[in-house]
Design a binder for this molecule. Structure first.
Ligand code: DX5
Ligand code: ZN
Length: 214
């Protein structure tokens, strides 16, 4: 059964506490924080203070997805705030291996994310070192978009390499996952499913959760 990581991006920003309650109620083991800087992507969301404010209210695994330029500027603040995992984008740095080391030095798990147009070959040398690979199944920047189905080929190849080389990373998919797409995503061999609108703004949430967990 894949791990569910609801994305706070689709919650009501005036009521983060209620969003957290919903995450606990539905027993989602992870909470996904979409951090946007207005540079790497046009939108600005929130920073480490939001993570810190929720940290003492939850035992949930806090999964931070940095959609920022110069991601290394933010690692210490998010680690201090209580992030359990920090993921940055391969497109945002020339020094991904060094950045993974920096995150690990802070005692936090490290993930690498790929935009839809970025091939897996861009991160193949990193695979032995990361705790998570985030496959973007939409272009980053907003919730509520449609999944790009061909991104599931990346998930399948990551799963093959993971079992062939016995790599430890989780494979995460992010964007457009809902009750209609979840079966195909599970068949591709996913470990962690991010769900924004399908979790926080979905009249069919029960159906989505049932299909996710079946
Ligand atoms: C996109 C974010 C996603 C987004 C997913 O930039 O990284 O996490 O919130 O939202 P949904 O599930 O609505 O596609
Ligand atoms: Zn995300």
């Amino acid at each position: 059964m894949p791990i569910l990581a609801p994305s706070l991006l689709s919650a009501n920003f005036a009521h983060f506490q209620e969003a957290l309650t919903l995450v606990h109620q539905h027993q989602a083991p992870w909470l996904h924080f979409d951090v946007m800087d207005g540079q790497f992507v046009p939108a600005i969301t929130f920073g480490s203070q939001v993570v810190a404010s929720l940290r003492d209210k939850s035992e949930t695994f806090f999964d931070v997805h940095l959609m920022t330029n110069t991601p290394e500027r933010h690692f210490a603040a998010f680690a201090q705030a209580g992030a359990n995992n920090i993921t940055f984008h391969i497109e945002a740095t020339h020094h991904a291996h060094a950045l993974v080391q920096q995150i690990h030095t802070l005692g936090v798990k490290a993930g690498i994310a790929l935009n839809p147009a970025t091939p897996l070959s861009a991160i193949v040398e990193l695979l032995p070192f990361v705790d998570l690979v985030l496959v973007m199944s939409v272009n980053p920047g907003a919730g509520g978009q449609s999944m790009i189905p061909s991104m599931l080929q990346k998930v399948k190849r990551l799963q093959q390499m993971k079992s062939h080389y016995n790599y430890p990373y989780h494979i995460q998919i992010d964007g457009g996952i809902n009750e209609s797409t979840i079966f195909a995503v599970k068949n591709a061999g996913i470990d962690v499913v991010v769900a924004g609108s399908a979790f926080f703004a979905n009249p069919k949430l029960d159906l989505f959760l049932q299909r996710l967990r079946s």
